[in-house]
Design a protein around this ligand. Structure first.
Ligand SMILES: Cc1ncc(COP(=O)(O)O)c(C=O)c1O
Length: 381
């Protein structure tokens, strides 16, 4: 059987990885400034994470949500404490799309309405409702187009209020910082006004922190820069450091009912062990402080490079914008300098999403390689 060929692959086959480095099947070592789409939070194969997962596998890897699993409570308590959101409750699932799917479903149950306000250039996942509020017609099949939604520009609060006044909206969904779109974000005033209007119109305010959460922005959640409290926060990516796990943090205004949400694999023993280990390392190694200091250093170094026209994002969710498309630059960085970086819908943006354990020496390696590459002839697409 062949694989259904949906991924355009770089010709690299990783077989081993430690912290910020990935080694391929030919023994070549790559500096990982992309963390496999912003997933690797505490570094590849972190020893504490590996031993916790091995221990858990020796004990019990899985049982369904028909029986008690104290690891789920432990994860919820720990997440509440480390994120500064102890007053939310947690529903566990398996991916970012599934988290948003459940967030939107809960919003619709709660309000009895079904229209969603999302934002231009958003990305919320590829499953049914999540993809329908993703601003990319290419990944929306006809079957995804049934639920009503509208995409509005960021930071245009009057347009939001005009839609809310129609009284058919169940939720507003917004990324803490746009990831796939290219690192644009709402202003503090915009986030605060969204929160206020959602209260006024009894609409559920969902912040998608699938990519911007888990310390990546320098705060546990990017929305914490804006001093707001969303009704639902969706998480995934960094939550399991590569083990598939996602979830929604749900404010106390929602009342749970048996069977309202559910999943076979969500919150299984192995996933919880991964999730707990990640939070322990974030705390023990003060990774959010590391994000802040490395981010500052990265930005200072980037400002010295004349070809960099704009620096976007926060923390270790950063983008370097050039006045040319970066596809060729990314290829050169991988094949000649052995450095992984990312792209975005904005084709001129080089996306940087390293493990949160990255150090200055790795940033130095990157900028040395970037300067050499930019100063050599580049076939610009
Ligand atoms: C902001 C955001 N939301 C949701 C998703 C979907 O997550 P997953 O691919 O785990 O379904 C992504 C993935 O890139 C994302 O960046």
């Amino acid at each position: 059987m062949n694989l259904f060929n949906v991924y355009q692959l770089y010709d690299v086959t990783p077989v081993k990885a430690t912290n910020i480095f990935v080694t391929d099947d030919r023994g070549v070592e790559y500096l990982d400034l992309y963390g496999g789409h912003g997933v690797v939070s505490i570094g590849h194969s972190h020893p504490h994470y590996v031993s916790k997962l091995k221990e858990q596998l020796d004990a019990i890897g899985f049982y369904s949500n028909a029986v008690k699993n104290p690891l789920q409570d432990e994860l919820a308590k720990k997440l509440g404490a480390v994120s500064g959101c102890p007053d939310y409750s947690l529903f566990l699932c398996n991916s970012g799309a599934e988290a948003n799917e459940n967030a939107l479903k809960l919003a619709s149950f709660y309000t009895g309405k079904k229209r969603v306000i999302a934002f231009e250039n958003s990305f919320h996942g590829r499953t049914s409702v999540a993809v329908s509020v993703t601003d990319n017609p290419k990944i929306n099949a006809p079957i995804n187009s049934t639920n009503p939604k509208i995409f509005l520009p960021l930071n245009e609060i009057d347009l939001v209020e005009k839609e809310l006044a129609k009284d058919d909206v169940c939720a507003i969904i917004i990324e803490g910082i746009q990831g796939v779109g290219g690192l644009d974000e709402g202003t503090t005033a915009f986030f605060q006004n969204l929160e206020k209007l959602c209260k006024e119109y009894n609409v559920v305010f969902i912040v998608d922190e699938v990519q911007s959460g888990y310390g990546r922005s320098g705060r546990f959640f990017a929305h914490q820069y804006h001093n707001i409290k969303p009704d639902i926060i969706s998480v995934a990516k960094g939550m399991g450091n590569g083990f598939p796990i996602g979830g929604i943090l749900i404010s106390s205004k929602f009342k749970a009912a048996y069977g309202m949400l559910g999943t076979t694999f969500g919150g299984n023993h192995l996933a919880c062990a991964a999730g707990i280990a990640v939070l322990e390392v974030i705390e023990q190694e003060s990774l959010m402080q590391n994000v802040e200091s490395i981010s500052k250093y990265f930005i200072e170094e980037a400002q010295r490079i004349p070809q960099v026209k704009n620096i976007k994002g926060r923390g270790l969710m950063l983008g370097l914008e050039f006045d040319f498309e970066v596809a060729e630059l990314r290829k050169k960085l991988i094949y000649e300098k052995h450095i992984f970086t990312g792209g975005a819908n904005n084709k001129k943006l080089l996306r940087i999403l390293p493990p949160l354990t990255v150090k200055k020496e790795h940033i130095d390696m990157f900028f040395k390689a970037l300067k050499e590459t930019l100063n050599s002839p580049l076939e610009r697409g």
